[in-house]
Write a protein that binds this ligand. Sequence first.
Ligand code: PEP
Ligand code: MN
Length: 358
Amino acid sequence: MHVDIRDDMAHPETQIYNHLIIAGPCSVESEEQILATARELAKIPEVKLLRGGVWKPRTRPDAFEGRGEQGLVWLREAKRETGLPTATEVATPDHVELALKYEVDALWIGARTVVNPFSVQQLADALKGVDVPVLIKNPVAPDLNLWMGAFERFQKVGVKRLVAVHRGFSYYKETAFRNFPMWEIPIELTQRLNVPIITDVSHICGNRELLQSTAQKALDLAADGLMIECHINPNAALTDARQQITPDELKQLLDNLSFRSKHSNYVERDLAELRGEIDDIDSELLQLLARRMEVSDQIGEYKKSHNVTVVQMDRWKKILDDHIAVGESMGLTPILINKVFEAIHQASIERQTQVMED
Ligand code: PEP
Ligand code: MN
């Protein structure tokens, strides 16, 4: 049985949760480890997806490479017991087949796999016609086109529920981060593709200390969710021990975050852009109004020195008629034009009268 990770607060295209919190160990290590971790995570309402790697891409050989199929059995057990949907990393079509066999609810493509278009294409082909959310991590290299290309390969075979996972990039010099965030790259991606973006703060930070501030930064930049590695006993973890936290620490971290309004990041993001445009236009309008009044004052001075009356009715009628005609051709109603220009004219007259009296 697959567990649905949709809700009505979801992203319009992918139906993926807003503020999707994905938590779980870097690797599924043992039945006890994944069950104990999942039980604690299930007590945290924000956690919607249990992650656990069973095939681990390791930089050097002879390191722990994951429990493989056995890990999937334990992951499924954790789901059955806690009700938490699960996610795991797939790097080959065989992985896809096994993950689906063991009812994994969402698949992620790792940063080392996304760099290879052959692998990505094989995975896309394996997922053709399968309606499962696919989370695409950014490639290790800071190459936006490579990341985009992976999305396009899945889109071409009809996979609809795609999610971007930002996990930072290899960088040419040492930084405080394990993988340098380069926030501008995921931001640019979301401007080009309509996909939710999850920030994998664990792999960006590489240590526990930076998690809180990085998670907040991600949310401030309108991330749609977070991926955070959690382990029942982080110090004993077989992979990525330095960056994993306990479920209790995760709870605390989440409690200390300020989430943006839950109703919809997308609505907020689109509205923020449009509101910004309105603000710019309004400020232009204000400047134009101020300038117009200055010119009115100058005309007032002129009329005063040449001894002509303030109100020149014929001219005003003609101007208003012209404005109404032009306004109508631009889709503006005569009522609006009348109101706006009456108000401007009125203010103008008042100022000119004032000039006359001075
Ligand atoms: C992971 O999520 O455990 C992992 C291996 O991530 P990445 O592909 O981002 O290095
Ligand atoms: Mn990891």
